[in-house]
Design a protein around this ligand. Structure first.
Ligand SMILES: Nc1ncnc2c1ncn2[C@@H]1O[C@H](COP(=O)(O)OP(=O)(O)OP(=O)(O)O)[C@@H](O)[C@H]1O
Ligand SMILES: [Mg+2]
Length: 257
């Protein structure tokens, strides 16, 4: 019962989440809350355990100890697809199958998958047009409508990353997890990508990992700094920018480059 009460004000939270591989501790006692609708960045040096944490949230990895709560329920033991059904999703790189389809076809397939329909040519026209309408609305919200009939793999990388986000949004998530969504794309495009992410509806909580501090401080409302698998500090961008320990971590990192 108490879990259900807690779920009323918190979409997603972890409690003492720990992941070990042998003697190596990748995440240690990570307890975090992600407020509904938050734009929450996870930052930290390479190897800090950020991706590991996302995998513990999605069910990609089982924790060594600790718990994951979502909407008031303990979901620590739930398989990945069940978490997606409940509304937690992450982006995946477009696979070769999807890359050869048009953007509209890919997103329509993802919507049909969520609706539990098989792709059938003899579907009623009404069912099909309903899916196409939803797909086009989603593409419009991501400023991808001009690309609807382009083959995904022919698009610029920034647009391909947006298609990955569209495919994740097709599952109607409450929480969207983005692990370096702008990795490998030119900085002008990454700013555009984050502008689109920032405009996602407020009923979607966005948790993102990003190394570009310009983007982090511009788009995050809350920042958690992970170092050595542990939470170093969490706060508003202003609090994080003023934190001496955070500066030490990043100055320390800069010296190695
Ligand atoms: N499957 C695994 N088996 C063993 N060790 C792993 C595994 N996955 C990650 N690690 C180790 O856990 C540590 C944290 O890795 P993780 O990928 O979570 O870091 P990160 O913060 O995402 O780093 P980056 O910013 O470089 O992406 C690293 O030292 C990594 O080598
Ligand atoms: Mg990573």
């Amino acid at each position: 019962m108490s879990g259900a009460m807690q779920g009323a004000d918190t979409t997603l939270r972890t409690e003492g989440l720990t992941k070990r591989w042998g003697a190596f501790v990748a995440n240690s006692e990570v307890s975090l809350s992600f407020a509904p609708g938050a734009r929450h960045a996870l930052i930290g040096p390479n190897g800090a355990g950020k991706t590991t944490f996302i995998n513990l949230l999605t069910g990609g990895f089982a924790p060594s100890s600790g718990k994951v709560w979502f909407g008031g329920d303990d979901i620590t033991a739930l398989p990945q697809h069940e978490r997606v059904k409940r509304g937690m999703t992450r982006t995946f790189q477009i696979n070769t199958l999807f890359a050869g389809l048009t953007v509209l076809e890919s997103v329509a397939l993802a919507i049909q998958e969520r609706r539990g329909m098989q792709y059938k040519w003899h579907q009623t026209v009404a069912q099909q047009s309903d899916v196409i309408d939803e797909a086009m609305a989603l593409l419009a919200s991501l400023k991808l409508e001009d690309e609807a009939n382009s083959i995904t793999r022919s698009l610029a990388y920034g647009k391909q990353r947006l298609v990955e986000i569209a495919l994740a949004l097709a599952t109607k998530p409450k929480v969207l997890l983005l692990d370096e969504p702008a990795a490998g794309i030119p900085s002008a495009e990454s700013k555009e990508l984050f502008e689109v992410i920032a405009q996602l509806p407020r009923d979607v909580t966005v948790v993102f990992i990003e190394h570009d501090m310009g983007l982090v401080f511009r788009f995050a409302e809350r920042i958690t700094v992970l170092v050595g698998g542990k939470v170093l500090v969490e706060g508003t961008p202003a609090e994080i920018a003023a934190d001496k320990r955070v500066r030490e971590v990043y100055l320390g990192e800069a010296e190695h480059e």
